[in-house]
Design a protein around this ligand. Sequence first.
Ligand code: ADP
Length: 177
Amino acid sequence: MIDNQPENQIKLVQGDITQLRVDAIVNAANCSLLGGGGVDGAIHRAAGSELLAECRKLRGCGTGEAKITKGYKLPAKWIIHTVGPIWEGGDKREEELLAKCYRNCLALTEINDIKTIAFPAISTGVYKFPLELAAEIAIKEVSFFWELNHHLEEITFVTFSDRAYNVYRQVLQKLNP
Ligand code: ADP
């Protein structure tokens, strides 16, 4: 894992989000919440079958919404499941919906006493959201949240590929949150 800790509380990490010892990790789920490929599959495999049982009771999740479950076998106590938009060229409210994912995940932190949270690059895998734009939205939304809310101590962006890590690093430098 490459770990880069700037002086503020945003961290950028490259690696597998299921390994992180944080209060909550975010899952880039699909509307069924019943598991899938990519980060969703990795989280379900690592958390174990009890996660699927709890997810069944949630009866799905709309695009841009977020729902919370326990973390089960993960080091993280909680999993916040959100459904990112599928990129369809940019004129189907994709940017607004991705921003909503971040906002709704962050909104769940206060009521669940979550102080540390890790996000994957939601929608940038099979949902094909352009990586740089997704990184900008992610970083702007956490910055807006921090202006008004002070209970979160640390927000980690977890990138999987070298390319995603480099894009996030550049966008963090550019926006300088
Ligand atoms: P989506 O359907 O929202 O695009 P994906 O799981 O296909 O979700 O991809 C979202 C992002 O998560 C991609 O950038 C992908 O490289 C990354 N990813 C895949 N597996 C992991 C993992 N174990 N930990 C962190 N990020 C992951």
